[in-house]
Design a protein around this ligand. Structure first.
Ligand SMILES: [Zn+2]
Length: 431
């Protein structure tokens, strides 16, 4: 059997600098990591168990061996994952190399759970998140594989910075073997959808035909104002119907082409400002010379904002990874209260009954929220089970702690808005 030593800090020489290494962990691809039993035992209760009695019959141990008098435990993790996992266990102040690249982090995520490393999974997830900008496709693949909806969404948004699949190389990553072509096609469909939306936004601006004559002049692009020389002014049909000059329409058509394939706010704004060719045509006009720079800058900023808002909306509405449903596995009591809260077709009270405050609190805690009563006033906060969601506050009815139907409807509205609770999802999960 051939095996090789891991790179520092888990090579023999490097590990010995931190005190004599007394245990070798061997990866599935036969790389030996020189480690310290006490540190491993400190970092994970499972490692504690393994180092105390390294038996080949232990379900997590593939084989035991010895090398020059040091015990060897072979595990099932490949070397890049084992390396990240051990870096996670060692004091960061000394090692400081955990998550220095993406390699192995995908497998390390599962391993952190398997070896029950306290804080391990969130730390691995945070490390993966750092690569969203530089390697969005790889992070997307990882997020789909690990079923992390929020990470998949932020990676998908980053892919909008450029054409779809702009470079090669990233796709040779091992993580791509974990996902199906359907996942990649879904990402492409998202990219296309954002492009179509962005192009429509630009088209809408370029074909604006009516304007409010009373509206402020600053809110209108200068091409719609009068006083141009030559052909650069608006085409006036009726008093309130004006078409942009041909050059403006032509320029915005170019912007539309850009955002169709690179649907991001920055590219869109840049494309709006890139009108030097046009400038030559309109430079004889005093109005254009005077106002174009300022107006185009305002327009570019507006287009950037509209495209970004549209992308955010699209990504929110796209389910790359099935969100762990809020409503799966509710108890019968919780489900009954939920029917009433969301006023579903199965609500026995038909939206007519009030709900006791205590019943509402119970419902929220059953949904995984933490109840945080305010120290002053009637405001009560509920912290959601996923710390990435926003907390929600309600006013406790006083002096009578009964939530009347109209108030309950307001509560439901707020919950729907904050967490996307919808009746259809609940009914689907509860039948
Ligand atoms: Zn002009």
């Amino acid at each position: 059997m051939t095996f090789r030593d891991a790179l520092p800090p888990f090579s023999r020489e490097s590990a010995d600098e931190f005190g004599s290494s007394d245990l070798i962990l061997r990866s599935s691809d036969s790389v030996d990591f020189h480690t310290h039993k006490t540190l491993l035992a400190f970092a994970s209760p499972i490692f504690r168990e393994l180092v105390a009695s390294p038996s080949p019959t232990h379900p997590l141990i593939e084989a035991v061996d010895a090398r020059e008098g040091t015990a060897v435990i072979q595990l099932s993790e490949p070397s890049d994952a084992l390396c990240q996992l051990l870096l996670l266990c060692y004091p960061q102040a000394v090692i400081g190399a955990f998550g220095r690249n993406l390699d192995g982090l995908c497998d390390a995520y599962g391993a952190a759970e398997k070896y029950k490393i306290p804080g391990g999974k969130p730390a691995v997830k945070a490390a993966i998140s750092k690569y969203v900008e530089d390697e969005p496709y790889r992070v997307y693949a990882i997020a789909c594989h690990l079923e992390l909806p929020d990470l998949a969404k932020s990676a998908a948004l980053e892919t909008l910075d450029d054409y779809f699949l702009p470079t090669d190389g990233e796709y040779d990553s091992p993580e791509f073997a974990h996902i199906t072509a359907a996942k990649l096609l879904q990402l492409r469909a998202f990219h296309v959808q954002c492009g179509v939306n962005a192009a429509n936004i630009v088209k809408g601006i370029a074909s604006a035909q009516t304007y409010d004559a009373k509206g402020s002049e600053a809110a209108r692009p200068w091409w719609i104002l009068e006083g141009h020389q030559g052909n650069c002014g608006p085409t006036i049909e009726q008093d309130t119907h004006r078409s942009p000059a041909p050059w403006f329409r032509a320029h915005m058509a170019t912007v539309g082409e850009v955002v169709k394939s690179r649907p991001n706010g920055a590219a869109a704004a840049q494309a709006v400002l890139d009108y030097t060719n046009t400038l030559r045509d309109i430079s004889k006009c005093g109005r254009c010379c005077q106002d174009s720079a300022e107006h185009m800058a305002t327009l570019a900023e507006r287009v950037r904002q509209l495209v970004e808002d549209s992308n955010t909306k699209t990504v929110r509405a796209t389910q790359f990874v099935k969100d762990k449903s809020w409503f799966s596995g509710l108890s019968k009591r919780t489900a009954t209260s939920m029917h009433q809260l969301l006023r579903t077709s199965e609500d026995e009270t038909r939206g007519m009954a009030s709900m006791k405050w205590d019943v509402f609190v119970k419902l929220m805690t059953d949904m995984g929220f933490q109840y945080v009563p305010s120290t002053s006033g009637s405001s009560v906060r509920f912290d959601p089970p996923n710390p990435q969601d926003v907390p929600i506050t309600f006013h406790k009815p006083y002096p009578d702690s009964t939530i009347h139907p109209i108030m309950l409807r307001e509560f439901a509205k707020k919950l729907k808005k904050s967490y996307g609770w919808i009746e259809a999802d609940f009914l689907a999960a509860s039948t």
